[in-house]
Design a protein around this ligand. Structure first.
Ligand code: CTP
Length: 402
């Protein structure tokens, strides 16, 4: 399990760090909390120790000589240092190499990788001294997450708010994944149900929420891949990846065909509409103009997966999703896998209301091109996505050897 040194400094946003720590621990990450002198005024050691089950370092030279581990041991053990929230003061100490504070001491002993999520008044963030310190740290390979712009605790508005927690969490997971089984791989994921416009107000779509595709993108990121997500979903995409928002099947096709070639794996989890109106009407169609709407003429869209299959680079892995009604969908999924030249086909039973469309859960059979079938029992989409991406990682690794 990876170990993260999690530093908290004196900022009103300090309490938010607790949520990130809890989410990291839920993923099995070991979190070692460290409080700067200022941080200890906002969050207690007791809270952090209860949350993490680890001693929280909050003194440079602790009176209790039996304190669990010294700063050098901590620095040696850890995979990543996170400072969240980071005050202007700690940033200045990091830049100057000052070690008179427990967190500054750890940072000096640890080095990189180090992610800093600043939170401070906008005047302090924009002060040339802070700007200069940030530049120094960036030159040393330390990465910054935010800050964001918005209303602050002091009532003023500007740059200096702590970035959204899911963004900080995503960047931490992406960093930890860099040594994962998809490290160095490029993965392209499509998600959501495309929207085929009838006019500027109405469109035809389907029941796909995009949850499965977004979970796949997140899992690929956490396993170390560089991810591009092409999504037609309204859901907030995972942080730490490149996101391209699209509407129609044609828009999705254009982006995917432009970039697919450079990817090691393409995962087509989007529910691409099979039909689109022949002509989109500008403005809003009036009821009187079109009668009972029985005369919308539709045409077939491009089959993105099929086209990808015809021109895929030799080592590229192509994964399709087959949305079938009822348990006898296996034959159909096999047919689609062959016709679309996929290496993997994920069979989804969309007749069930407890899994699939709009649900947080899924149950999938993964069909391999050699005839093997693996059943992934009902679980959260997050866990199912992880299992699928681990299969992808294993095949890519196997193909490397041939
Ligand atoms: N797909 C695609 N482009 C389309 C339609 C589907 O790339 N125009 C992809 C989907 O993303 C999915 C796979 O093809 O990975 C299978 O989609 P599915 O809707 O199950 O099957 P269809 O090919 O549309 O066939 P049918 O309508 O007969 O079920």
């Amino acid at each position: 399990m990876p170990t993260v040194l999690f530093g908290i400094t004196g900022s009103i946003a300090a309490y938010k760090a607790l949520d990130i720590i809890r989410d990291l621990m839920a993923e099995g990450v070991e979190v070692v909390p460290i409080l700067s002198e200022g941080g200890a005024k906002f969050v207690t050691r007791t809270t952090l120790e209860a949350l993490t089950g680890r001693a929280a370092m909050s003194e440079v030279l602790p009176e209790n000589s039996r304190q669990e581990i010294g700063h050098i041991v901590l620095a040696r053990q850890a995979d990543l240092l996170v400072t969240c929230p980071a005050s202007a003061d700690i940033i200045a100490k990091y830049a100057m190499g000052i070690a008179d504070d427990p967190l500054a001491l750890i940072a000096l002993a640890f080095g990189t990788p180090h992610l800093i999520a600043p939170a401070m008044n906008h005047r302090m963030w924009e002060n040339p001294a802070t700007k200069h310190n940030v530049e120094i740290l960036k030159e040393r390979g330390i990465e910054f997450i935010g800050p964001d712009k918005g209303l602050m605790a002091c009532g003023e508005e500007g740059w200096g708010r702590l970035s959204p927690l899911d963004e900080i969490y995503g960047r931490i997971m992406a960093e930890l994944g860099k040594s994962g089984p998809l490290s160095g791989r490029r993965v392209l994921v499509s998600a959501g149900g495309t929207r085929e416009a009838i006019d500027d107000v109405r469109y035809i779509t389907n029941q796909s929420s995009g949850r499965m595709g977004h979970a796949i993108a997140e899992a690929a990121r956490d396993l170390g891949a560089k991810v591009v997500l092409v999504t037609a979903s309204d859901l907030k995409p995972p942080a730490g990846i490149q996101v391209e928002h699209v509407g129609s099947a044609e828009e999705m096709a254009e982006i995917i065909f432009n970039i697919a070639e450079s990817h090691d794996a393409v995962i087509m989890s989007a529910a691409v509409a099979d039909f689109t109106p022949v002509k989109k009407v500008n403005g809003k169609i009036k009821k009187g103009q079109i009668g009972d709407l029985s005369n919308i003429e539709l045409k077939r869209t491009r089959d993105i997966l099929r086209e990808l299959g015809t021109k895929k680079p030799v080592r590229q892995l192509l994964v399709g999703f087959a949305a079938e009604f009822g348990p006898e969908g296996k034959e159909e999924a096999l047919r689609k896998m062959k016709e679309k030249s996929c290496d993997l086909m994920c069979l989804n039973d969309v007749s069930r209301s407890d899994i699939g469309f709009c649900s947080e859960h899924n149950e999938i059979s993964v069909l391999f091109s050699d005839g093997e079938i693996k059943h992934l029992p009902k679980n959260t989409k997050k866990e199912i996505a992880k299992s699928i991406m681990l299969e992808v990682a294993a095949i890519l690794k196997k193909n490397d050897r041939h």
